[in-house]
Design a protein around this ligand. Structure first.
Ligand code: ATP
Length: 256
C-alpha cells in the first residue's frame, strides 16, 4: 500500500521577489501564496520569468529582494530546513539512464540520509503512487518519456516533501502522457495534501479548481481561482486578453 498520509502540511509563499540579469529585469516584485494542499499553476508565456523563479525557489540563484517561505521556513535564512520540505522536478531530464528506476530513487534517498528498510518502504510507496512500481527493475533508458517523468516525480516524493515544484514537466511528452502526468500531480494535491506549484505555458494543463498565477514579463498579472478568473471565457481567451501573448494551449487529445 502506498504511504499516502506522509506529507506534513505546509504551503509556499513568494513575497515581493525581484531578480535581474545585469540590467535586464526578469522578475519585478513577484508575490503569491499557495495554501497547503493546493495545486497552483504558474502560467506564463516564454520569457515570463518562470525558470528564473524556479531557480530562486531551488536556491540555484539567490536574491536580496523579497522573501520565499517553504512550509513556513524562510529560504534565505534557513535554507536547509526549507529545501528539506521541497521536492523538485526540473524541466530537463535528470535520471541516470544506466541505472534502474529503483536505483535512481535509492541514490536520491541516500542523499537525504535514507537507507535500508525505511528507504525501501518510501521508494515502494512513491513508485506505487505514480503507478510505475511494476517497472522498478528496469533501466531508465528503456522507459518512454512519460514514464521517465513519472519516475522523476516519484523520486521527488521520497523524502516526503510538503511542497512539490515542477518546471514545465510535460515538455516533449505526447498528449496521452501529458494528460496522465497532469492528472497524477493534481491527485497528489487533492488526495495526499501536497502543495504543488506547476509552471507551464499550456492552458489546457490548468483546471477550474486550480489556483492560477499568471506571470508575464516578470510580473504577476492575475492571481486567483482559475474558474473564477476566466469567467465565461476559455482559459486561453482569458490568458490572451490578460497578457496579449499567444498561448499554445490545447494539443488535440490533451488533458481536458
Ligand atoms: N542567463 C540570462 N541572462 C540574461 N537574461 C536572461 C537569462 N536567463 C533568462 N533571461 C531573461 O529573463 C527573462 C525571464 O526568462 P525565464 O527563462 O525565466 O522565462 P520563462 O518564463 O522560464 O521562459 P521559458 O519558458 O522560455 O524558459 C527573459 O526575458 C529572458 O530573456
Amino acid at each position: 500500500m502506498p504511504d499516502t498520509a506522509s506529507h506534513e502540511p505546509g504551503g509556499l509563499a513568494v513575497r515581493d521577489v525581484s531578480f535581474r540579469y545585469g540590467s535586464r529585469t526578469a522578475l519585478d516584485g513577484v508575490g503569491f501564496e499557495v495554501a497547503p494542499g493546493r495545486f497552483a499553476a504558474l502560467l506564463g508565456p516564454n520569457g515570463a520569468g518562470k525558470s528564473t523563479l524556479f531557480s530562486l525557489l531551488t536556491r540555484l540563484f539567490t536574491t536580496r529582494d523579497g522573501r520565499i517561505l517553504v512550509a513556513g521556513h524562510d529560504l534565505s535564512r534557513h535554507p536547509r530546513a526549507a529545501l528539506a520540505r521541497m521536492g523538485v522536478v526540473f524541466q530537463s531530464q535528470t535520471l541516470d539512464l544506466d541505472l534502474t528506476i529503483r536505483q535512481n530513487l535509492s541514490y536520491f534517498a541516500a542523499l537525504h540520509g535514507l537507507s535500508g528498510r525505511e528507504a525501501a518502504l518510501r521508494i515502494d510507496a512513491a513508485l506505487e503512487r505514480l503507478a510505475i512500481a511494476d517497472r522498478a527493475g528496469e533501466k531508465a533508458r528503456n522507459l518512454n518519456g512519460g514514464h521517465r517523468r513519472r519516475t522523476e516525480i516519484a523520486r521527488a516524493l521520497v523524502h516526503r516533501p510538503s511542497v512539490l515544484l515542477l518546471d514545465e514537466p510535460t515538455v516533449g511528452l505526447d498528449a496521452a502522457a501529458r494528460a496522465a502526468i497532469t492528472d497524477h500531480v493534481h491527485r497528489l494535491a487533492a488526495e495526499d495534501g501536497l502543495t504543488v506549484l506547476w509552471a507551464t505555458h499550456l492552458t489546457d494543463e490548468v483546471t477550474d479548481g486550480d489556483r492560477l498565477v499568471v506571470l508575464h514579463r516578470g510580473r504577476v498579472l492575475a492571481d486567483g481561482e482559475c474558474g473564477a478568473l476566466r469567467g465565461g471565457r476559455s482559459l486561453r481567451d482569458y490568458f490572451l486578453a490578460t497578457t496579449g501573448a499567444d498561448a499554445p494551449e490545447a494539443v488535440p487529445g490533451g488533458p481536458a
